[in-house]
Each structure stands twice: as structure tokens, then as C-alpha cells.
Design a protein. Structure first.
Length: 227
């Protein structure tokens, strides 16, 4: 997995914003924690923007509809990779990079690591091919910090079911697929400790938010109010 060693998004100048991503399997609470961290940043005087993948920009959201909806067999794995990277290029060039250049911090629900986990560990596409597609789309662009929410698959799927989700193409995949996802995310975190922090998501929302904020303080050297 050493293919993931690219440059951080916020390393160019001191005035540039920081790019933080949340990753994890279904039901881990990514969207909730993205919202919580953006609120903490803003209360701390740091202008922040919330976004998601696939999506985030007009073109990205249009492609999201193609990826998420429809029959399970609608696309094969390589087509998914191409669609995801088309959406990512539009997202990065039209929203993320301009926001970072204006000094905004960008907090994103999923990014490259989800492609590695879902299409790589889950679908079996070689990591080298995934990284070639990523570089073609956005060059050497990675988050400054990635927070990976970890939760046993059974609990994550149960949470997703209680929230009334589970209708998109990926959420409907079998238990074995979701187990591969969790293993993949954990391996990504272990192999890239300079960028990734693995967070136990099997707890109260407030506790997870505090852990995430603490990781941002420590890794990015910023003062934050408590969540």
C-alpha cells in the first residue's frame, strides 16, 4: 500500500487551508462527525467547509447519482473507478483546491481511501491501478489528515438499518464485502500513520467527536474549543 505516499494538500504555504477527510464503512457515523468537526473549527475561529465524495460539486453530484443508484450490477469495478475519479477531478478542481487557496479548511466525507477500500479491498482492483487513476485525475493530492472511523461490521450495518439507509448499490453488498472494507481501512491506517488516525467509533457521538478533535489538535497543531 506504499503507493499512497503522495503530498499533503495543505503543505504549499502557511496561508493555505487544511484538508481533512473522514473514512470508514457503512454506519460508522462519518457524516455526523464531519458536521461536528466543522462546527468545532468554526467555533474556534477557523473558517471551514463541509463536503462529500462522490459529490461535492455540481459535476460530482451528477456522477454520484450514477454511482449510487440503480441495480447492483449496473457498473463493473473499473467503471466505478473511472466514474469516481471523474467526480473527484471536478470536486477537487472546482471546490476543494479553490477553498484551500482562500484559507478555508475543508472537511470531506470520504476521499481516496474509500476508493482504495471499496474498489481495491472490496472489489479486487489493484492498488497500483487505483493510484494511476487518482494521479491522472488530481495529481499528487492527498488530505493533510485522514480520520478513519472503525466499527465492527455487524454494528455498523445495524446502525445503518436503524437510520433507514441501505438502499444504495454499496450498502446492499454482502457481509463478506463489508468485512473486507473494514480490514482494508484498518490496513490503510496502519500503513500510513503519518496521515491516518484510526478512531474507535463504537461509542457515543460526543466521545467520538472529542477524539477526532484531539487528533486534529495533535496532528495539525491547532487550538480548538471542545466539541
Amino acid at each position: 500500500m506504499g503507493e499512497l505516499e503522495l503530498s499533503g494538500a495543505g503543505s504549499a504555504t502557511g496561508a493555505r487551508g487544511r484538508f481533512i477527510t473522514f473514512e470508514g464503512g457503512e454506519g460508522t457515523g462519518k457524516s455526523t462527525q464531519v458536521e461536528a468537526l466543522v462546527a468545532v473549527l468554526e467555533r474556534s475561529g477557523i473558517p471551514a467547509l463541509r463536503t462529500r465524495e462522490p459529490g461535492g460539486s455540481a459535476g460530482g453530484e451528477a456522477i454520484r447519482e450514477l454511482l449510487i443508484n440503480g441495480a447492483d450490477e449496473r457498473w463493473d469495478s473499473l467503471t466505478e473507478v473511472l466514474l469516481l475519479n471523474a467526480a473527484r477531478r471536478d470536486h477537487v478542481t472546482r471546490l476543494i483546491r479553490p477553498a484551500l487557496e482562500r484559507g478555508l479548511w475543508v472537511v470531506c466525507d470520504r476521499f481516496l481511501d474509500s476508493t482504495i477500500a471499496y474498489q481495491g479491498y472490496g472489489r479486487g482492483v489493484a492498488v497500483a491501478e487505483l493510484m494511476t487513476a487518482h494521479r491522472l485525475a488530481v495529481g499528487d493530492f492527498l488530505p493533510d489528515l485522514t480520520l478513519i472511523l472503525d466499527l465492527p461490521v455487524a454494528e455498523g450495518l445495524a446502525r445503518a438499518a436503524r437510520r433507514g439507509v441501505g438502499n444504495d448499490r454499496f450498502e446492499r453488498l454482502d457481509r463478506a464485502f463489508h468485512e473486507r472494507l473494514r480490514a482494508g481501512f484498518r490496513e490503510i491506517a496502519a500503513e500510513h500513520p503519518w496521515r491516518c488516525v484510526l478512531i474507535d467509533a463504537d461509542g457515543e457521538i460526543e466521545s467520538v467527536a472529542r477524539t477526532a478533535a484531539a487528533a486534529v489538535r495533535q496532528r495539525l497543531g491547532v487550538r480548538l474549543v471542545d466539541p
